[in-house]
Design a protein around this ligand. Structure first.
Ligand SMILES: [Fe+2]
Length: 336
C-alpha cells in the first residue's frame, strides 16, 4: 500500500472499511492551483526570470503542501524575513547572513564557479563573499600594511603570485582586494574603535605577478547573532562561529574574478564553519617569520585564475563572459 492509500484507508464511523480508491493524498489540495499561479506570468517576462520563478513557485508550493504549513507558520516565516529586512543597513546584511547559515551562498558559489577541467591544475577554489566586504578599499603600495593601531595582533607577511592556471604565466595588473577582522573578531564597520577601512586594502601586481603586504593572522569570530540569523542558529542548536580566515577578491583584465577565503589550519572551527565555506585547498599553514621587526608570521599563497575563455570552455552553468562583474549587491556591507 502506498503512502497516500495508507492515509486514506481506515474505519468509517459506521465500522465499514473505506475503499483504498479514495482521493490520493497528493490531491488533498487543489491540484490545479500551482499551475494557475505559474500561468499568470505574462508574455513579456524575460526567459531566465520565467524559468527561475516557475521553479521557485513550484518548489515553494510543494514545500507548503508536503509540510502542511499553517497560516500561523506562514506568518511567523514572513515576520522572520521582515525582521531581517528591518535589521539590514548599509553596514549589515542580515538577509545574506540568513542565506549563509543555511548553506545557500556556499551552494550558489559552487554552482557558479565549479570548473570541470581536464587539466591537472585548477583555478583557486572560491568561497562565499559573505556580508562584510566593502567597495573602494584603499589602493596601497605593494609591501604596505593594512593594519592600523593594532600593536598586539599576530602580524603576518603575506605574499605570493597571481598566475594563469593553465599556462602558469604570471598575471600583470591583477588586483587583490583583501579584508579580515581585528583580533576582537570585528570588521571595522562593526567596531567604532577601528579606523575606517582598517584591515582592508587593494594591491595591483606588476609584470612578475607578485604581491605582498602585511596583515594579521586571522581570528575565529561569531557571525552577528543578535538578529534573525542568530535566532535561527539557536533554534537549530548550532553555534555562530566561523574559523579564522582572510577574504580575497582577485581580478585581472581578461580573467574571471574569484571571491575566496583562506583558512588557518590551526583553527578549531575548521570542520564546523557556521556558513559551510571551508574547502581543503583553502586551508593554509602560517609559519614563524624570522628577522622581520614588522611580522612574527609569514604565509606564501599563490592565486590561479582562468581567462573568461577558459572558464567558459570548462565550466558548468554559471560560466561568465567578459561582461560579468561581481554582482554582489553588497557594495558597502558586510563579509562573513
Ligand atoms: Fe569573514
Amino acid at each position: 500500500m502506498n503512502r497516500a492509500a495508507s492515509h486514506k484507508t481506515g474505519s468509517q464511523p459506521n465500522g465499514i472499511m473505506s475503499s483504498p480508491a479514495t482521493i490520493p493524498e497528493t490531491h488533498r489540495f487543489d491540484p490545479n492551483f500551482t499551475q494557475l499561479v505559474i500561468s499568470a506570468t505574462g508574455p513579456k517576462t524575460a526567459p531566465r526570470l520565467r524559468k527561475v520563478m516557475t521553479s521557485l513557485i513550484q518548489h515553494l508550493h510543494d514545500f507548503a503542501r508536503e509540510n502542511e504549513i499553517t497560516v500561523e507558520e506562514f506568518m511567523a516565516g514572513i515576520e522572520f524575513l521582515n525582521e531581517a529586512g528591518r535589521m539590514s543597513t548599509d553596514v549589515r546584511n542580515e538577509g545574506q547572513l540568513l542565506g549563509d547559515v543555511i548553506g545557500l551562498e556556499s551552494l550558489v558559489d559552487e554552482i557558479t564557479y565549479k570548473l570541470v577541467s581536464e587539466a591537472d591544475s585548477t583555478p583557486t577554489a572560491t568561497a562565499v563573499l559573505g556580508p562584510f566586504w566593502r567597495a573602494d578599499a584603499p589602493k596601497l603600495e605593494m609591501g604596505a600594511s593594512i593594519v592600523h593601531n593594532i600593536p598586539d595582533g599576530d602580524h603576518t607577511f603575506l605574499h605570493g603570485t597571481v598566475h594563469d592556471y593553465l599556462t602558469g604565466e604570471p598575471i600583470e595588473g591583477a588586483e587583490l582586494d583583501v579584508w579580515h577582522t581585528a583580533p576582537n573578531g570585528l570588521y571595522e564597520q562593526q567596531d567604532e574603535k577601528q579606523k575606517e577601512y582598517n584591515l582592508r586594502g587593494r594591491f595591483t601586481t606588476g609584470k612578475d605577478g607578485r604581491y605582498s603586504f602585511y596583515c594579521l593572522r586571522p581570528t575565529s569570530y561569531p557571525i552577528p547573532d543578535d538578529g534573525p540569523a542568530g535566532k535561527l542558529l539557536k533554534l537549530l542548536d548550532r553555534h555562530p562561529m566561523r574559523p579564522a580566515h582572510i577574504h580575497f577578491i582577485v581580478s585581472a583584465p581578461r580573467y574571471k574574478p574569484i571571491v575566496t577565503q583562506i583558512f588557518d589550519r590551526r583553527d578549531k572551527y575548521l570542520e564546523d564553519d557556521a556558513v559551510f565555506a571551508v574547502k581543503d585547498s583553502l586551508v593554509v599553514d602560517f609559519l614563524p617569520r624570522e628577522g622581520d621587526p614588522k611580522a612574527q608570521f609569514e604565509l606564501a599563497y599563490n592565486f590561479r585564475l582562468a581567462t573568461f575563455e577558459d572558464a567558459q570552455k570548462h565550466s558548468l552553468t554559471g560560466a561568465t563572459d567578459g561582461t560579468t562583474t561581481l554582482a554582489t549587491g553588497n557594495t558597502s556591507g558586510s563579509t562573513i
